[in-house]
Design a protein around this ligand. Structure first.
Ligand SMILES: NC(=O)C1=CN([C@@H]2O[C@H](COP(=O)(O)OP(=O)(O)OC[C@H]3O[C@@H](n4cnc5c(N)ncnc54)[C@H](O)[C@@H]3O)[C@@H](O)[C@H]2O)[C@H](O)CC1
Ligand SMILES: [K+]
Length: 524
């Protein structure tokens, strides 16, 4: 599903009105009525009691007035609480506030904290609340009685329905502007905004529904697919196809450089990810000291012993080049340590690897200490898979700064260093050097456990080895990884572990392959 920024949404709105002659009032009518219909469908049976709509001073408030009129006509007991006097509202919003008043809808006005405190005390009987305070136009944290209203909504203990998006989120970055409403459901208009889908804001919006407001199809089609929420159809289109005469020689050979004494589990999980991800052949290179601990490795995985007395040293350039021969993709990092020896390994590998390379975990920590390695000679296709902590080390930003603008930070890094950046976490971001930023929709909170990233690293390598381009391999890997975890979570939401996710990958791939997904017109 394509996503838009707040700016793109405003521009679409402007073009619909100015270039296509669709009145702003018509768009607002469609928006308000559409949102009311979503509310009616989702809540009519459960919450038939009084409903309070809090309206702000802009068009989001205007949508609230339209909703009030329709919901009243459908039998709801509706009250309006205006945080800005209706006569102050301009354009379509002012027009709809006046209509609501003429329709006799009960309207309270609170333009300061004292008035709001007094009026809110009379609303304890409300069974459902509607947040029509701020939408796409929110640019700064709410203050004064606006902030008070946001806090009251959150403390109410009553479900909140958000018009367009919860008040208090930045529609482009997904940042929470200090205080945001926690909604049970959001009805977005025309398109989903990236900030509604990206963390942390996505956790505030509840169930997301996109309402058709009559935006011309040509305007929607003109939005580039630069920002996207990866859904099953997107992932399915990327699956590498096999024919009945496929053999291991055409399904790629992945080389994994992972593990050392004490961290062999990371190597095993990475190898399992590559194997279950469909790599025709998998070779795991690990130091001699680690080999004894790798006996539990899947029998299908070949091993190479790094001729070292101690972890990864010495592993010279010629030996490395020999190891790379015949491989189609390489992954490096899980459990290799954050040592001068692993630094040397990274330097040599970046210099002599001519196939796509995935760097994860300790490999990323090495890069954060030696950023010059990204400037020098390196493979054309590079995929980095940091979690927010590793991203903080790579960029010098704090984790909080990264989490406030996950897409922006990931995209800037991918563009600057001309690589694919996978920023892990809920709603993993996959950013390409050309500006594409896709967000993943699969996965669950049970994935917050050690070893998940190691499986993903092996899986990305496997898909690269099967011939996918780096961005596509990263997108599909992240999708399948989350889908496999979702399968695991069906029998226990927490504690299934990373190995179980690796072993569920074939089923996740099969499910995706056979899913009957409606294709857009012209699709294959
Ligand atoms: N997408 C569409 O085509 C349509 C969207 N609609 C609705 O319109 C809003 C966006 O409306 P807008 O008037 O631009 O902004 P808001 O209502 O979100 O904000 C109101 C107002 O408040 C100002 N403001 C921003 N931040 C703050 C702050 N922290 N404190 C005080 N005031 C603030 C801002 O400058 C605005 O002027 C969209 O979400 C939809 O709900 C149309 O109804 C249909 C077409
Ligand atoms: K809102």
């Amino acid at each position: 599903m394509k996503l838009v920024t707040a700016e793109q949404m405003r521009e679409m709105d402007r073009q619909a009105i100015e270039d296509y002659g669709i009145e702003g009032l018509v768009l607002m009518e469609n928006a308000g009525r559409g949102a009311a219909a979503v509310l009616q469908r989702r809540y009519a049976e459960r919450y038939p009691g009084p409903l309070l709509i809090l309206c702000g001073k802009g068009n989001n408030g205007g949508d609230g007035y339209v909703m009030a009129r329709h919901l009243q006509a459908w039998g709801w007991q509706v009250r309006l609480l205006a945080l800005a006097a209706p006569q102050r509202l301009r354009g379509a919003a002012g027009h709809n506030a006046a209509i609501a008043s003429r329709c006799g809808l009960p309207l309270l006005v609170a333009e300061d904290e004292a008035a709001l405190t007094r009026l809110l005390q009379q609303q304890n009987d409300c069974r459902l609340l509607v947040d029509a305070i701020f939408g796409n136009g929110m640019t700064a944290p709410a203050r004064g009685h606006y902030r008070q209203a946001l806090r009251w909504l959150n403390a109410s203990g009553v479900p909140v329905f958000a018009v367009d998006m919860p008040s208090g989120i930045d529609a482009t970055s997904g940042a929470v502007l200090e205080e945001a409403v926690r909604a049970d459901c959001s009805a977005s208009f025309a398109c989903a905004k990236i900030g509604q889908v990206s963390m942390p804001a996505a956790a505030y919006g509840g169930a997301l529904e996109v309402v058709d407001i009559g935006m011309p199809a040509v305007l929607q089609a003109a939005v580039p697919a630069r920002l996207c929420l990866v859904e099953a159809a997107d992932a399915q289109a990327l699956l590498p196809r096999r024919t009945s005469d496929s053999h291991k020689g055409v399904c790629g050979h992945s080389l994994l450089l992972a593990g050392m004494s004490g961290t062999c589990g990371a190597a095993r999980l990475c190898a399992e990810g590559a194997l279950r991800g469909g790599s025709g052949l998998v070779t795991l290179a690990a130091p001699a000291i680690a080999q004894a601990q790798l006996t539990a490795l899947a029998a299908e995985v070949m091993t190479f012993t790094v001729p070292a007395s101690k972890d990864w040293e010495p592993f010279d350039g010629d030996q490395l080049s020999g190891l790379l021969a015949g491989k189609n993709a390489v992954a490096v990092g899980p459990g290799i340590g954050w040592t001068p020896a692993s630094g040397l390994l990274l330097k040599r590998l970046l210099g002599c690897c001519h196939v796509p390379l995935v760097v994860d975990a300790d490999g990323l920590n090495v890069l954060s200490q030696r950023p010059e390695l990204l400037q020098g000679s390196r493979p054309a296709a590079l995929v980095l898979t940091p979690h927010p902590g590793e991203m903080a080390r790579l960029t010098g930003l704090t984790v909080a700064q990264i989490q406030q603008d996950r897409c922006g930070v990931a995209s800037a890094f991918a563009r600057r260093h001309q690589l694919v950046l996978v920023l892990k976490g809920a709603r993993t971001v996959i950013a390409a050097a050309d500006g594409r930023v896709w967000l993943n929709g699969t996965g669950n909170a049970g994935m917050a456990s050690g070893g998940m990233g190691d499986v993903l690293t092996g899986l990305v390598a496997a898909l690269l080895a099967q011939g996918l381009a780096p961005f596509e391999a990263a997108v599909l890997a992240v999708y399948l990884h989350g889908a496999a975890a979702d399968l695991c979570a069906t029998t226990g939401a927490v504690g299934y572990g990373a190995m179980a996710v690796a072993r569920a990958l074939p089923q996740a791939r099969q499910n995706l392959q056979t899913a009957g997904i409606p294709r857009p017109e012209g699709g294959s």
